[in-house]
Design a protein around this ligand. Structure first.
Ligand SMILES: Cc1cc2nc3c(=O)[nH]c(=O)nc-3n(C[C@H](O)[C@H](O)[C@H](O)COP(=O)(O)OP(=O)(O)OC[C@H]3O[C@@H](n4cnc5c(N)ncnc54)[C@H](O)[C@@H]3O)c2cc1C
Length: 380
């Protein structure tokens, strides 16, 4: 065998979130030692971002896991960020200017969140407790009486707005405080990506929590104390407005991107116009920004790459199953749907888990690894 044939191909993964770590663990499992994985990120820790929604309601902070522990021996970790890609030369450049060769590349660097309403409190999972705790205290003290939650027109994380609205309303009711909670969304049905049964279930929950729902509505926020819902110029006086940010893609030099900066991918998560480059998670141009989707994209990309080097592995296109665990303040609800051709089917809504283990962010590999780490540290 020649030296070239002997060489173990290198897969570089850029990112430190659910998509990147799921890809690294999937490659360890599917690559059967026939690929070498390098993780490129300056992030030190993996944080389960979805867990942040409960922090303002005096639940413990989301767990943080050192990247080195999550990786174990799975991948070599380079503590630098990706800055640019040269797909023709199969080289990435890091933010310090170092160059790194790859045989396959997975971009999993997430989306950029941008506030659209300067007068609103924009949800930022890195400091959600700091942003919302004061408001919750004012509600408990009966000092504010009308709160609006608004979703942007474009790509955003779908679940947390509903969770925060429901938990806020529940907390007010629990404390005997008077509060009107309003939720405005451009969706035609609440959480419509999960399909009809889930939307019906959510609608019922919003009614039982006395959350006033405005679908097919775009919010303008002319001041801290007012929102205007379009169409129809419906004006509401409020005490606080909480908004989801809009998401934008990473716009990586050397790679194609759409008008919002997201990387266009096919059903195998291959980036358009760049051979041997894949993208998974919020950085890609799939319309649903969700941790479970990020994980499934990561596995799809890892499988396609493993198939190039291992005869026994076959590539398979993305077959999306959406799973959402919704915190309501009165127990969890479980939502799921398959997605085919951009449409949900087999929509389900339940008070009991629809998947096992019933993780908030459903993954094939990462959840198990985090479970092992939690067990080892006695934190389970
Ligand atoms: C409050 C909130 C609640 C949510 N609830 C849920 C939920 O219940 N269920 C669910 O499934 N999803 C939920 N989501 C969505 C989910 O968190 C995201 O879809 C998911 O985190 C996307 O994963 P990702 O790996 O693509 O990106 P990210 O999680 O954004 O991770 C990107 C990583 O890459 C790193 N990085 C950035 N730039 C570079 C670079 N140039 N080079 C290398 N590394 C880089 C970042 O530091 C980060 O570590 C929620 C999101 C929020 C904010």
């Amino acid at each position: 065998m020649s030296a070239a044939q002997d060489r173990v191909p290198t897969v570089v993964i850029a990112g430190g979130g659910v998509a990147a770590l799921e890809a690294a663990l999937a490659l360890e499992s599917m690559g059967r030692g026939r690929v070498r994985t390098v993780l490129l990120t300056s992030s030190d820790e993996y944080v389960m971002r979805a867990a942040a929604v409960r922090e303002p309601f005096t639940f413990p902070a989301a767990h943080r896991y050192p990247i080195a522990d999550v990786l174990g021996g799975t991948a070599t970790w380079i503590r630098e960020n990706l800055a640019a890609v040269d797909p023709a030369a199969k080289v990435v450049t890091t933010h310090t200017g170092s160059r790194l060769d790859y045989d396959r590349l997975i971009i999993a660097s997430g989306a950029r969140a941008s506030a659209t309403h300067p007068h609103a409190i924009t949800i930022d999972d890195r400091r959600l407790d700091e942003l919302l705790h004061g408001m919750i205290q004012d509600i408990e003290a009966d000092a504010i009486h009308r709160v609006a939650y608004v979703a942007p027109e474009r790509a955003a994380w779908p679940l947390p707005l509903y969770e925060l609205a429901l938990m806020t309303a529940e907390r007010a009711s629990d404390m005997g405080a008077e509060l009107d909670t309003l939720l405005a969304t451009p969706e035609d049905q609440p959480l419509e990506v999960f399909g009809a049964a889930a939307s019906k279930g959510i609608r019922g929950l919003l009614i039982s929590h006395h959350v006033e729902l405005h679908t097919s509505s775009y919010a303008e926020v002319p001041s801290q104390r007012e929102i205007v819902l379009l169409p129809g110029q419906r004006r509401y006086s409020v005490d606080r407005v909480i908004a989801l940010p809009e998401l934008y893609g990473p716009e990586i030099p050397g790679l194609e991107h759409d008008a919002e900066g997201f990387l266009p991918v096919d059903e195998f998560c291959r980036v358009d116009g760049a051979a041997h480059v894949y993208a998974a998670g919020d950085c890609a141009n799939q319309s649903i920004k969700h941790g479970g989707v990020a994980a499934q994209m990561a596995v799809t990309a890892a499988r396609a790459i493993a198939a190039d080097f291992c005869d026994e592995v076959k590539a398979a296109p993305l077959d999306l199953e959406l799973r959402g665990l919704l915190h309501t303040g009165l127990g969890a609800r479980y939502l799921s749907a398959h997605r085919v051709g951009g449409h949900p089917y087999d929509s389900r809504f339940s008070t009991t888990p629809l998947w096992d283990p019933p993780a908030k962010v459903s993954t094939a590999f990462l959840g198990e690894r985090l479970g092992q780490l939690a067990h080892a540290s006695g934190r389970h």
